[in-house]
Write a protein that binds this ligand. Structure first.
Ligand code: HEC
Ligand code: HEC
Length: 494
């Protein structure tokens, strides 16, 4: 039997025409992903669903075989570096006042001479007269009028599509001096100015020896000095754990392959290159467990002080133990959650019962800094507090509602909350980072909080004043200027 198509050639033509039209349509279809700075909301009746970034054929896996030579990658990326840094600088200046303004009341980092920074650094959007005026608007009004301060939006990595670990200059210098290891990248530098970063090197307080105060003796603890500093203070098991926390292991950007971002082949990075002295030096990277790249969050290194009293680890993964997190950092986070590439670059599998346990044991000795004004319930001792601090405490647990998520004595409820920040803005793309809903995030503890700027999981807030304005808006409490000043005085006592 003859095919119907052949007996009716017009059918073939029609089919062809429809086919061509379809191909044409696909080609003419605008890119679905959001454009830089654009607000991609499409369906007004279904404003939140499915409108952002389609899968663009990006695989979950990183390419294993890199055929370009190291020299060629190096030359290209070095040439692009100035433009990368200028773009990030522009973003920071658009969002924040990044000038160096030490706290006039003399507040310093615990046991260090460095003053903390003062003032609200997030810029108010144009056309809004004051923070109080902004907070008087509803989330809808702020979103529709596009008045959410830019500094409250997710902060992208220095080069978001590229990602990877980035260390501040102070850490790079000291590790080079002590160990000859180079933590600088040839393709980019750290972005936030040093006056906003934690005091360096930070003090170390041990839960087992509070009588000793800061046991770091003002030094950055490294492979070179840990034995001398801690022999006779720690048990042999804890000393071994500390040794491993200071031992570099290969990682995505710092390794020996042609697909690295260190100029010379690198031994890798150590846990305490970021968690400097068991605290933080504000090093950052992209979270390992989200795809595609534009949804991955910049994550600011959290302090390990007080991990002994916490029950969830990681801003969103909520791993249950310090042991799990220790094991996962090297096996997964170091390689962006991609064990295939880990195998190529040098994944290091720690032995659980011995090495992981020893490392966790040391971390669990790291205490919050002393807070001499707090009693055994973690509340102010009235005789040792100022009027402003006491008013601030009353606000914290009352009108400002902070205490509902940050209860004393550790100022965390040990769980996660979805702050629904995206109520306040239209989804958008910021330098390669999608800003949209983020879901539940760990309630980080506020004990010792003045010691660990920048704030929030991605470090988007530079000062405590910024966090007060942020939560005033998010919680919808409409605090007065005076109330905010009292709350600040209280946060500094924690
Ligand atoms: C880029 C520098 C960097 C290095 C190196 C690093 N970390 Fe982390 N660490 C982070 C960041 C960033 C987070 C937050 C992760 C998140 O938000 O999901 C974190 C989280 C943690 C946490 C959970 C803290 C909390 O409060 O939830 C622990 C524990 C931890 N790291 C231990 C380690 C250990 C052990 C190593 C070495 C094996 C290590 N880290 C290496 C940056 C680093
Ligand atoms: C609904 C629960 C909730 C309330 C209410 C709340 N917080 Fe938080 N807080 C969180 C969560 C969750 C985070 C982590 C958010 C993130 O990293 O994106 C956080 C983070 C913070 C941080 C930064 C911590 C760090 O290590 O970077 C500060 C400071 C803070 N809150 C202060 C306050 C203050 C002050 C108030 C009251 C004005 C307040 N919070 C009210 C849940 C809450």
């Amino acid at each position: 039997m003859k095919s119907r198509l052949l007996t009716r050639p017009w059918l073939v033509l029609a089919a062809l025409a429809i086919g061509l039209a379809a191909i044409n349509l696909t080609l003419a279809q605008p890119q679905q992903g959001p454009k830089e700075g654009a607000s991609p909301r499409q369906d007004p009746n279904n404003p939140r669903d499915g409108q952002i970034v389609e899968k663009r054929g990006e695989s979950s896996f990183a390419p294993v075989r890199v055929t370009e030579s190291f020299d060629s990658i190096y030359d290209k990326m070095v040439k692009e570096k100035d433009a990368v840094m200028a773009k990030q600088r522009k973003l920071l200046e658009e969002r924040y006042d990044i000038s160096n303004r030490p706290a006039r009341d003399g507040t310093k980092f615990s046991d260090r001479d460095k003053p903390i920074q003062e003032g609200i650094r997030v810029k108010l959007p144009e056309g809004v007269g004051s923070w109080e005026e902004l907070a008087a608007m509803s989330p809808d009004e702020i979103r529709v009028k596009d008045l959410f301060p830019k500094g409250f939006l997710p902060l992208p990595h220095v080069n978001h599509p590229e990602g990877g670990m980035v260390f501040p200059e102070m850490e790079i210098k000291e590790i080079k001096k002590q160990e000859g290891r180079d933590l600088s990248r040839f393709d980019l530098d750290f972005d936030i100015p040093e006056h906003f970063l934690p005091a360096f090197p930070p003090p170390i307080y041990l839960t087992t020896r509070p009588d000793l105060g800061d046991v770091s003796q003002g030094k950055l603890v490294t492979q070179q000095n840990f034995f001398e500093l801690f022999d006779g203070i720690l048990t042999p098991k804890q000393l071994d754990g500390l040794r491993l926390l200071l031992t570099p292991f290969p990682q995505q950007q710092f390794n020996a392959t042609n697909d690295r971002r260190s100029k010379n082949p690198s031994l890798g990075v150590a846990c305490f290159d970021c968690h400097a002295n068991g605290h933080t030096d504000a090093a950052f990277h992209l979270v390992g467990d989200i795809r595609p790249q534009e949804f991955r969050r910049r994550i600011d290194t959290p302090s390990l002080r007080g991990v002994n009293v916490q029950r969830l680890f990681g801003s969103q993964r909520a791993l249950r133990t310090v042991e799990d997190f220790t094991e996962f950092e090297q096996r997964a986070a170091y390689f962006d959650g991609d064990p295939v590439i880990g195998l190529k670059k040098g994944i290091n599998i720690l032995e659980r019962g011995h090495q992981v346990h020893n490392m966790a044991e040391f971390q669990e000795l790291l205490d919050f800094p002393p807070a001499p004004q707090l009693d055994i319930f973690g509340k102010l001792i009235p005789e040792q507090a100022s009027e402003a601090e006491l008013r601030g405490q009353a606000l914290f647990f009352g009108k400002a509602r902070c205490g509902e998520c940050h209860p004393a004595p550790h100022y965390t409820d040990g769980t996660m909350h979805d702050l629904k920040v995206a109520r306040f803005f239209e989804p958008r793309m910021i330098n390669g980072r999608v800003a949209d809903r983020e879901g539940p995030i760990k309630t980080f503890p506020l004990r010792g909080i003045k010691d660990s700027p920048p704030y929030l999981h991605d470090g988007r807030l530079l000062t405590l004043e910024d966090t007060i304005e942020f939560f005033n808006l998010i919680v919808g409490t409409r605090l007065t200027k005076e109330e905010k000043a009292d709350l600040l005085a209280f946060l500094k006592t924690l």
